[in-house]
Design a protein around this ligand. Structure first.
Ligand code: ADP
Ligand code: MG
Ligand code: ZN
Length: 476
């Protein structure tokens, strides 16, 4: 990028709320059902069907607003946003327009604060699936299972100045919503989708340039690519004397480029008007207090507590609070272990590696946190050596079994009984007079030979501390 130019970026993030049912009817929100099976007259948009607002959806939306430091409004109004599309049978989306339910929030990304202008609630459209491109099978299929799924749209201020900042902001949004339990935030399932508004201006210029809006970017990588491409494209146009057209664009993941979809619609194109079938949403102080008191601990607070309560390093804390599932798992393991640092090492080390290899999320971890804690305890008590623990752990991962059971079954108990080890050592010393001679003659490296023999005799199960102490004594 030529350094004369400064990008200006604002993001609109659509987030699917984690409700069991749709926002205006009681149809289930599910992925994987047969097409057009989770539908009813309301979400099919049949004439005369009346929407009823879901209390669950509102409560999650409120928690989302609180997680993003927004001011929840005592009164907000649903509005119809009218447009035609085959997967929008009502002919309008129910959204909020000039009176959204949340305003004026922010999120910090590495020392910089990104403003959040507003959040509004809305319903999702259905899905169009375009089939092959041969003339004979050029069909588009419409699946309305998604129609009526509750969303919040989070609109940022144009405070973002680079693709990397955009990714950091989106990451922070995702983390906040995930910790608050507002959304499952599964980007592959489209729970989070982002529209990227991008313009560029000459450095020092105060006025913003004309922006384009790239729609429906659904991964961090694509977000970075789309914005970087768009910045370069706009600079190219401007430097060759052209003008930026305000338009809506799409990102093509194959080429990494954005392309024009349509000229940008204006608000008046949507003929917004207040939804006549719904009363204004009133969120009184009592309700707001009840919902906010049910908020789980947010990432920043949790990081601070992990540092002070467990004495963990900055790095450990960041890794362990990356997702709520990780943080929850770690805390359960640490409690069971009675040693937070040791539990942290296992979670970030062997467990993370095993999960990665198995392609599993920690939320679906085959090792219950309590079992990992128990493993740490067995090491601390000397019943297991670190080496044996590393042998047992993969078996815990494969079977979900508790470490004590596996030790029992596999006969992997560490031998710490000094009497038993002493007997073995006496035998080895008696059988190897030459090595004893060498050691006593000053060749201290022979000690390794004896340790090795003891380990061999005990299949690696002798407690190394006890072995070393006894050997030192006997070989004196
Ligand atoms: P619309 O609903 O038409 O997309 P909004 O006013 O809601 O318009 O703005 C949408 C997003 O565009 C916001 O995130 C805002 O920060 C961003 N934005 C507005 N102007 C610019 C600009 N000139 N360059 C980049 N982003 C902008
Ligand atoms: Mg927009
Ligand atoms: Zn329905």
């Amino acid at each position: 990028m030529s350094s004369e130019w400064e990008p200006v970026i604002g993001l609109e993030v659509h987030c699917q709320l984690a409700t069991k049912t749709k926002i205006f009817c009681s149809c289930p929100v599910e992925t994987g059902s047969d097409p057009n099976t989770n539908v009813c007259p309301v979400c099919l948009g049949l004439p005369g069907a009346l929407p009823v607002l879901s209390r669950d959806a509102v409560e999650l939306a409120i928690q989302g607003a609180l997680a993003l430091n927004c001011e929840v409004q005592p009164a907000s109004v649903f509005a119809r946003k009218n447009y035609f599309y085959p997967d929008l049978p009502k002919g309008y989306q129910i959204s909020q327009y000039d009176k959204p339910y949340a305003l004026r929030g922010w999120l910090d990304i590495g020392g910089k604060r990104i403003g959040i202008t507003r959040i509004h609630m809305e319903d999702d459209a259905g899905k169009s699936q375009h089939d092959g491109f041969r003339d004979s099978d050029r069909y588009t299929y419409v699946d309305l299972n998604r129609s009526g799924t509750p969303l919040i749209e989070i609109v940022s201020e144009p405070d973002v100045r680079s693709a990397d900042e955009a990714v950091a902001y989106m990451t922070a949004v995702k983390q906040a919503l995930e910790f608050a339990g507002v959304s499952l935030c599964d980007m592959e399932k489209g729970h989070l989708r982002c529209d990227a508004n991008v313009s560029v201006r000459r450095k020092g210029e105060e006025r913003f340039g004309t922006r384009t809006e790239t729609k429906n970017v659904n991964s961090f990588r694509f977000l970075k690519q789309a914005i970087e491409y768009e910045i370069e494209r706009q600079i190219g146009v401007l430097e060759s004397g052209g003008r930026i057209v305000q338009e809506t664009r799409l990102f093509d993941a194959n080429s990494g480029e954005t392309f024009s979809m349509r000229s940008k619609e204006d608000a008046h194109d949507y003929r917004y008007f207040p939804e006549p079938d719904l009363v204004p949403l009133r969120i009184g102080e009592k309700w707001l207090r009840a919902v906010s008191s049910a908020m789980p601990e947010m990432p920043q607070a949790r990081r601070a507590r992990f540092r002070s309560q467990y004495g963990l390093s900055e790095y450990d804390v960041d890794v362990l609070t990356a997702t709520r599932d990780t943080a929850d798992y770690f805390e359960r393991a640490a409690t069971a272990a009675g040693d937070a640092k040791a539990a942290a090492n296992w979670v970030m080390g062997d467990l993370a590696a095993a999960l990665k290899e198995a392609g599993k999320e920690i939320g679906a971890c085959p090792v219950p946190a309590e079992n990992l804690g128990a493993l740490v305890r067995l090491i601390a008590s000397g019943e297991l050596s670190g080496k044996l623990a590393k042998e047992i752990f993969p078996k815990m991962f494969a079977t979900g079994g508790a470490p004590a059971e596996i030790m029992e079954r596999e006969g992997l108990k560490q031998i710490s009984d000094a009497g038993a080890i002493e007997k073995i050592i006496d035998g080895i010393i008696a059988a190897n007079p030459k090595q004893v001679e060498q050691f006593r003659g000053g060749k201290s490296t022979v000690l390794g030979f004896f340790t090795g023999q003891v380990m061999k005799a005990t299949k690696g199960q002798a407690n190394p501390g006890v072995v070393n102490a006894l050997l030192a004594e006997k070989l004196k």
